[in-house]
Design a protein around this ligand. Structure first.
Ligand SMILES: [Fe+2]
Length: 300
C-alpha cells in the first residue's frame, strides 16, 4: 500500500506557451513564478512552488503528480509498483529540478494516465502574488479520465490509500486521501486524460465574481455556477487554451470521521445529482494524455 499524502502538480503541454501562460495568470489569477527554465511556465496558487507547469510542445497533459512522505516512501513505492508489473521510471536530476522536487518516479496507471510520485516538493512561505484577486486559496483537486471508474477505484484503493467518498453512477468516482471529500476524481472517458484541475476559492462571492469576470472576458463556461451534492462545493468549470479545463470551487465537504462515512451513489441522469441548483449539466471537456514517446525529452 502506497500512502499519498497530497496532490502535487499537473504538467501540461501547450503549443502556444505565451497564450496559455497569459490565460493562467490574467484570467485564472495564478502567479507566474520567476522564470528559471526556457519553455516552461511554473504557476503558483499556494504553498507549493508551483502546482501547474505549462511546457512548450505538443498539446496534452503530460502527467499528474502526488506527494509521498519522503525518499524512503518513494523507494518503497517504486519497489512495490515494479513487483506488481508496472514499468516505473526514475526521473533524472534535471526533470526533478524542473518539477521542484528532490526525487520522483513516473509510471502509467492501467488506463494510460501518466502518474508521478514525488518526494520533497519545494514549498514557498511568502504570500502568493496572485495576478488578479480571484480569491484562490489552494490547488484543490485533479480529475483523471478512465473508461471504467470502478476499475479506477480498484486501482487507487488497493495500491494506494485512496478511499471512495461518493459515486456518480458509472460516470465518476470521487476519492479522498485526507479529510477533503476528494483530492482525486476519476471521470469516465474514452481514453486517458485530465478532465480538470480545481482551485479552491475563499468564498461563494469569489465564485460569482469570477463567473462575471470570465463571462466579461469571453471565456467559455463549461458548467456552473452550481452546487455539487456530493462535496457540497459551489463550482464553476471553464475552458482554458488547448482544451485544459479549470475549475473554481468553494465549500468542499471534509470527512473528519472516517468510521462513520458511508459512500453514496447518485444517478447522473437524476435531476440535481450533479448540480443541486438544477442548472444545465455538461461534462467538462478533457485534455488528452500525451503519449510517452512525445513526452520523452528532458525538459518535460
Ligand atoms: Fe472538480
Amino acid at each position: 500500500m502506497i500512502t499519498l499524502i497530497d496532490i502535487a502538480y499537473v504538467r501540461s503541454g501547450v503549443a502556444d506557451l505565451d497564450a496559455a501562460t497569459r490565460f493562467a495568470t490574467d484570467i485564472v489569477g495564478l502567479e507566474l513564478a520567476a522564470p528559471t527554465e526556457g519553455g516552461v511556465s511554473h504557476l503558483s496558487a499556494d504553498h507549493r512552488h508551483h502546482c501547474l507547469a505549462l511546457v512548450e510542445g505538443p498539446s496534452g497533459v503530460i502527467c499528474s503528480g502526488f506527494s509521498v512522505a519522503g525518499p524512503d516512501a518513494l523507494a518503497a513505492a517504486e519497489t512495490e509498483l515494479e513487483r506488481s508489473g508496472f514499468a516505473v521510471r526514475r526521473g533524472s536530476a534535471g526533470e526533478a529540478r524542473s518539477r521542484r522536487v528532490r526525487e520522483f518516479i513516473a509510471f502509467d496507471d492501467p488506463f494510460g494516465n501518466q502518474v508521478e510520485l514525488v518526494s520533497q516538493q519545494e514549498n514557498i512561505t511568502r504570500p502568493v502574488a496572485f495576478t488578479r484577486p480571484a480569491g484562490i486559496t489552494e490547488f484543490g483537486h485533479l480529475c483523471l479520465d478512465a473508461p471504467d471508474v470502478h476499475e479506477a477505484y480498484r486501482f487507487w484503493s488497493t495500491r494506494f490509500n485512496a478511499r471512495v467518498s461518493d459515486w456518480i453512477g458509472d460516470a465518476a468516482c470521487l476519492l479522498r486521501i485526507d479529510p477533503v471529500h476528494h483530492k482525486l476524481a476519476v471521470f469516465r472517458g474514452e481514453g486517458p486524460g485530465l478532465c480538470h484541475m480545481n482551485f479552491q476559492v475563499a468564498s461563494i462571492d469569489d465564485v460569482f465574481r469570477n463567473w462575471h469576470f470570465l463571462v466579461e472576458h469571453d471565456v467559455e463556461i463549461e458548467m456552473g455556477p452550481g452546487r455539487h451534492p456530493q462535496s457540497t462545493a459551489i463550482f464553476l468549470y471553464f475552458l482554458g487554451p488547448e482544451g485544459f479545463t479549470y475549475e473554481y470551487s468553494f465549500g468542499v465537504r471534509r470527512i473528519e470521521d472516517e468510521a462513520t462515512w458511508i459512500p453514496r451513489t447518485f444517478d447522473p441522469d437524476e435531476a440535481g445529482s450533479i448540480d443541486m441548483w438544477l442548472g444545465p449539466v455538461s461534462r467538462p471537456s478533457s485534455q488528452p494524455q500525451l503519449q510517452p514517446a512525445r513526452t520523452g525529452s528532458a525538459a518535460q
